[in-house]
Design a protein around this ligand. Structure first.
Ligand SMILES: Cc1cc2nc3c(=O)[nH]c(=O)nc-3n(C[C@H](O)[C@H](O)[C@H](O)COP(=O)(O)OP(=O)(O)OC[C@H]3O[C@@H](n4cnc5c(N)ncnc54)[C@H](O)[C@@H]3O)c2cc1C
Length: 406
């Protein structure tokens, strides 16, 4: 298999580079490893996304009728690589573009699509995904936030947690329970919620990496008009599955895009190994070798998945392998980098001025939880790809209000 750009991909890459050069002065650029706080840099991040959207580099895979470019996942990956190369930080609306927008496209009304999608691509509105709750993450269908019909509105009460970007979001996609008398997957309904509506409270959560990218969100008698429903009442699980399929592709990507690159690790190894004792060199070589094999394997498997999807394939349960492999590799790479650099990794002074190692070691474990934990992804792969017997699920057909007992 040839992993180099095809002539068409090379010309697309050249186009992306020229666009980034042309607009360089209007874009936010960050130093290697510099953390980007969405709260303090919100205005610059929104401006950057708007400039990129107007230049046709946002929503590359979205259909043209909704403001996208009708492009391929490979083109999307090329844009991502070139943004990284140009040191432009992750788009502020990456959750909106990767997960919320595709859900509105698939399940929204024409009115919702015309009101929301173009603004989302330009970061006029930032979006978040309000699924997880204190008692339901992996078992998402066990959520308790309720929505009760009242005339033309629904009244929402409950709590969400780990909501990335809720502190800057204008809208969210919100999964609620609307019928507790039905089995847990059947009584759910999805809405678009205005994050500035009365009764919505957002409280930041501090991570061990030092950032505060996600939040707790409380809903106290929040009124949502019925026109903001996504899909039919009781159909929320089907709508949520669209979001989750897109999430796996968005996070899984080409696997090794997570955390510092394997190339960066080899650069440090080349520099550091000669100074180590022969015994230490053996151990360091083994650690670097293990990390490289894992990282390159997930990267190339990711490219093959992109190729299949670009040829009309649909993201299936095997996309879980990309995320699982990518986060495992990222852990090996960051661990080897931190060990190789020792104290310098903690202080941030590394061979090439890149200070990402210690920070990455603190945030990579979170990626192994976000969008499906390692254990849950292994269950999905075991059941749906390998055909192993499913986990026993005693509460699948019982009314949710019976607490899972029939
Ligand atoms: C960085 C980050 C960003 C996030 N962003 C968002 C967001 O924007 N929106 C949102 O809605 N949520 C978000 N989340 C939440 C995330 O989706 C949940 O944390 C995740 O689904 C796990 O759920 P939980 O935390 O409730 O853990 P639990 O489900 O309680 O799991 C605890 C442990 O038990 C294991 N476990 C659970 N069930 C099984 C099983 N059946 N078999 C084997 N092991 C099992 C898990 O793997 C885990 O190790 C984010 C999380 C992180 C870390």
């Amino acid at each position: 298999m040839d992993f180099d750009d095809t002539p068409e991909e090379a010309s697309f890459r050249a186009h992306v580079r020229s666009v980034l050069e042309e607009h360089a002065s209007e874009l936010l650029h960050v130093a290697p490893g510099e953390p980007v706080d969405a709260r303090s840099r919100e205005a610059e991040l929104r401006d950057t996304q708007r400039v990129l959207a107007e230049a046709g580099l946002v929503g590359v895979t979205w259909p043209r009728e909704y403001g996208g470019q009708g492009g391929t996942l490979v083109q999307q990956a090329i844009v991502g690589q070139e943004l990284g190369r140009a040191r432009v930080p992750t788009l502020i609306n990456h959750i909106g573009i990767g997960m919320c927008g595709p859900t509105v496209i698939a399940h929204g009304s024409d009115d919702q699509r015309s009101r929301y999608l173009a603004r989302l691509l330009r970061a006029d509105d930032v979006w978040c995904q309000l699924f997880s709750e204190p008692g339901s993450g992996s078992d998402l269908a066990a959520l308790r936030t309720s929505a009760v019909r009242d005339g033309e509105d629904w009244v929402v009460n409950g709590q969400k947690v780990w909501t990335t970007l809720a502190h800057v979001a204008d809208f969210g996609i919100l999964l609620t329970r609307t019928d507790p008398s039905r089995p847990k997957h059947a009584g759910l309904t999805m809405f678009v919620v205005d994050m500035h509506a009365p009764g919505v409270t957002v409280r930041p959560l501090r991570q061990m990496s030092g950032g505060a990218d996600f939040n707790e969100v409380f809903f106290d008698d929040v009124r949502i008009p019925d026109s903001e429903r996504l899909g039919e009442p009781g159909e929320g699980w089907r709508v949520a599955l669209t979001t989750l399929m897109n999430e796996r592709v968005a996070i899984g990507g080409a696997g090794s895009d997570i955390g510092p690159s394997p190339e960066s690790l080899t650069a440090h190894a080349r520099d550091r190994l000669p100074a180590l004792s022969p015994e230490q060199q053996v151990l360091a070589r083994q650690a670097v070798g293990r990390a490289l094999v894992a990282s390159l394997a997930t990267r190339y498997t990711g490219y093959r998945r992109f190729t299949t999807l670009s040829q009309g394939g649909v993201p299936g349960p095997e996309a879980s392998a990309g995320k699982l492999g990518g986060t495992a590799a990222a852990r090996l790479v960051t661990d080897a980098g931190v060990r190789l650099l020792g104290d310098e990794a903690v202080l941030g002074a590394t061979a090439d001025g890149d200070d990402t190692w210690q920070r990455a070691q603190a945030y990579v474990p979170g990626i192994a939880i976000a969008g499906g934990t390692d254990q849950v992804l292994r269950n999905i792969l075991g059941e749906r790809v390998l055909g192993l017997p499913p986990e026993p699920r005693t509460d699948k057909s019982a009314p949710f209000s019976s607490g899972g007992r029939r």
